[in-house]
Design a binder for this molecule. Structure first.
Ligand code: CDP
Length: 200
């Protein structure tokens, strides 16, 4: 059983996907963290996120155990992640890691941008979790403890734009995905809507 959870930045898909995995007793993979790791590795080595050769080498040699979560969760790393994520050879390298993960029984929940369209088009359940940019910026501002709502909103809009308009695996909802708009929902309501959509 595979549950694909996609959506734009800070829509609540990570929270929903984790809760679904807990609820059904499935494995969970935050695929965005893989792109964040590649981005962080480049920033740490003072390399440019748009350097195709460096980004591809970092993705191919990625050891997901070698990172601390707090280093990955910044908006600087998120912005660089969306730059490396537009590079097809980076996506290809990370695809192998993700496909190996979904083979784990009894089931897996993956969250990202292209899970229902590219990584697991065969997923039994596909959810697309979204919310207005303003709501998403407010949530991310709270999560980061950031002072500037305007800066977070601008960053989220820029990242959405890059993720939606890239040629390789753009952010788009699969034709067979259930769309859940969490703009007017709290976490419990969003999780309940997702569990209901899984329908089992
Ligand atoms: O948590 P948030 O939604 O802000 O971001 P994330 O899921 O950690 O993803 C960071 C960036 O990685 C995104 O903006 C995408 O550019 C990229 N990404 C992707 O291209 N494909 C995925 N399956 C997951 C993330």
């Amino acid at each position: 059983m595979i549950i694909a959870v996609d959506g734009p930045a800070a829509a609540g898909k990570g929270t929903v996907a984790r809760a679904l995995a807990r609820h059904f007793g499935y494995h969970f993979l935050d695929t965005g963290s893989l792109y964040r790791m590649v981005a962080f590795a480049l920033l740490r080595a003072r390399q440019d996120a748009s350097d195709v050769a460096a980004a591809t080498a970092a993705a191919r040699g990625l050891n997901p155990q070698g990172f601390r979560d707090e280093d990955l969760r910044t908006e600087e790393v998120a912005a660089a992640a969306s730059v490396v994520a537009a590079i097809p050879s980076v996506r290809a390298a990370l695809l192998d890691l993700q496909r190996a993960f979904v083979r784990k029984g009894p089931g897996a929940v993956l969250d990202g941008r292209d899970i229902g369209t590219v990584v697991c088009p065969e997923a039994e359940v596909k959810l697309f979790i979204t919310a207005s940019p303003e709501v998403r910026a407010r949530r991310r501002q709270l999560e980061l403890g950031s002072d500037s709502y305007d800066a977070v909103l601008a960053e989220i809009r820029a990242r959405d734009e890059r993720d939606r308009n890239r040629a390789a695996a753009p952010l788009v909802h699969a034709a067979d995905a259930v769309v859940i708009d969490t703009s007017e929902m709290n976490i419990d309501e969003a999780v309940a809507a997702a569990i209901a959509a899984v329908g089992r």
